[in-house]
Write a protein that binds this ligand. Structure first.
Ligand code: ACO
Length: 151
C-alpha cells in the first residue's frame, strides 16, 4: 500500500464523525446521503461495530483532521468455496479538492489489504464505465456485467 501524505490518516468511521458533517459532505460527491438524524447514525455505527468481521467503514482524514475520502469493505461470508469470504468494495468517494493525489488508490489498496487479512478469496465492486481506468490502476480487472433491480 503506498504511503499517505504527511498528516493524513486511514481509520474506521466512528460516532464522533456525525458532528462536523465532513463524512456526509464527502459521501455526497458520490450520491444522495439523505437526512440522517444523529440517533440513526449512532445506531448504524453500533450495528457496524457489532459486526466488525463484516463491516469495515473507512475514511481518510487530511492534515487538518478533516474527512476527505470514504470507502467501505463489506465481507460476505459464503457457503461456496469451502465457506469462503468475498470482499465487496462500496461507497468510494474522494473530495474534489483532494482528487488526483492517489488517495482513491490508497483507499482501495487498504480495503484490499483488509480483505486479504480477513481471508477473502476475491474482492469485487460495481462501478460506472468512467471509473474503469481508475480501478484498473488499482490492480483490478473487468470480470462481469453489473445488473440491478430498483424499488
Ligand atoms: N479516468 C482515468 N484515470 C483515472 C481516473 C479517471 N476517471 N480517476 C483516477 N485515475 C487515475 C489517476 O490518474 C491515477 O493514475 P496514475 O497513477 O497513473 O497517476 C490513478 O487513477 C489513481 O488516481 P487517484 O489519485 O488515487 O484518484 P482519486 O483520489 O482522484 O480518486 C475517484 C478517484 C475515487 C474515482 C474520485 O475521482 C471520486 O471520488 N469520484 C467521484 C465518486 C465516484 O465516482 N466514486 C467511485 C464510485 S464506484 C464505487 O464506489 C464502488
Amino acid at each position: 500500500v503506498p504511503a499517505l501524505p504527511q498528516g493524513y490518516n486511514f481509520r474506521r468511521v466512528g460516532k464522533e464523525d456525525f458532528q462536523d458533517k465532513n463524512l456526509f459532505k464527502t459521501l455526497s460527491i458520490l450520491t444522495t446521503v439523505g437526512d440522517i438524524p444523529e440517533p440513526k447514525f449512532h445506531a448504524l455505527i453500533d450495528y457496524w461495530n457489532d459486526r466488525k468481521e463484516i463491516y469495515n467503514p473507512m475514511v481518510i482524514t487530511n492534515a487538518e483532521n478533516v474527512i476527505i475520502a470514504t470507502g467501505m469493505l463489506f465481507v460476505e461470508h459464503k457457503l461456496i468455496h469451502g465457506g469462503g469470504k468475498v470482499g465487496h468494495v462500496e461507497d468510494i468517494s474522494v473530495n474534489p479538492s483532494e482528487q488526483g493525489k492517489k488517495l482513491g488508490l490508497i483507499m482501495i489498496r487498504n480495503l484490499i489489504q483488509i480483505a486479504q487479512n480477513e481471508g477473502c478469496y476475491k474482492v469485487i465492486l460495481d462501478c460506472d464505465e468512467k471509473n474503469v481506468k481508475f480501478y484498473e490502476k488499482c490492480g483490478m480487472k473487468i470480470e462481469g456485467v453489473e445488473m440491478g433491480y430498483r424499488f
